[in-house]
Design a protein around this ligand. Structure first.
Ligand SMILES: [Zn+2]
Length: 292
């Protein structure tokens, strides 16, 4: 299991903790000198080490969930000036929850996007096919739903490419959207997604329907209090806290019809993700021949 890449990253991480701790320790000793406090370094060292560890952890969290610098390749939200909203489901397909979700979407004529886990597509190919047949968009959510930044490059590529192949084979549609599990990504993932022509889409509202004991009312109120134009709303039609399947998504299923009604009552339009991200669909724009 120990690959050189992983070992290198652990070394870099620990090295950074040491450097951070050293900086805190230096600041600490300066302050002690400044205020002429007589506290032995014995106390200062563990404090500096803990602060160093916390700093590195925070930095790592920011890196994994938000990245650093300009990231035009990552979508978190659509146009805030529009009245468009997109609904997305992660971790499926499943028989227990995806099927009733599809029923609700059909009944209310609402489009959605399903970010599917490759091994679940293998397990429930008919559900994946129904998603596509009913006009919904699909996206890649990797093969086994592992935390990508912790993987070796070979494993990371496998996670993304295997799911791409299986989704395409089963549904006949190439996924042009991708969402990393738990929203954790790194530069290797971004480069690969670009190479594969899969746009990285995160979300602006997580309904937190994965939480234990969540109720339909909670989800409805949560969306009601937050939703506005441009939002990408995240639901789950499968998954679990630890494993990739087995979580209870009854609240998601039961809240969906009301959530759609709430969104529409605000004058917002539920559109496919691609339309939210790229404006009007091509067929809706007038074909104009413009002279050079
Ligand atoms: Zn997920």
């Amino acid at each position: 299991m120990l690959n050189p890449e992983f070992v290198l990253r652990v070394i870099v991480f620990l090295g950074a903790v040491v450097i951070f701790s050293w900086i805190y320790w230096r600041i600490g000793t300066r302050l002690l000198g400044l205020f002429k406090l007589k506290i032995r370094n014995v106390f200062l060292l563990p404090i500096a080490a803990v602060l160093g560890g916390i700093s590195m952890f925070l930095l790592l969290t920011v890196w994994v969930y938000h990245g650093f610098g300009y990231q035009p390749d990552i979508y978190r939200v659509g146009d805030r000036a529009s009245n468009k909203v997109a609904i997305t489901f992660d971790d499926g397909p499943s028989e227990e929850f995806t099927l009733p979700i599809l029923d609700v979407l059909k009944e209310l004529d609402a489009p959605a996007t399903f970010f599917m886990v490759g091994k679940h597509v293998e397990k429930y190919p008919h559900v994946a096919q129904r998603i596509v047949e009913e006009g919904h968009s699909i996206g890649n959510h990797t093969q086994n739903h592992r935390n990508l930044p912790t993987l070796s490059t070979v494993e990371l590529h496998k996670e993304v490419m295997e799911a791409t192949a299986i989704i395409t084979e089963v549904t006949g549609v190439y996924p042009t959207l991708i969402r990393p599990p738990r929203g954790m990504y790194d530069d290797r993932f971004r480069r690969l997604a670009k190479l594969l022509g899969q746009e990285i889409v995160l979300w602006s509202i997580s309904t937190r329907d994965w939480r234990y004991g969540v109720t339909p009312i909670y989800i409805e109120r949560f969306v009601d209090s937050r939703v506005r134009g441009g939002d990408i709303i995240l639901f789950h039609d499968s998954g679990a806290l630890v494993s990739s399947e087995g979580g209870d998504r009854k609240a998601t299923v039961l809240s969906l019809a009301n959530v759609i009604a709430i969104i529409r009552a605000k004058g917002l339009e539920i559109v496919p993700l691609a339309e939210l991200l790229h404006g009007a669909p091509p067929e809706a724009s007038p074909q104009v021949d413009r002279p050079e």
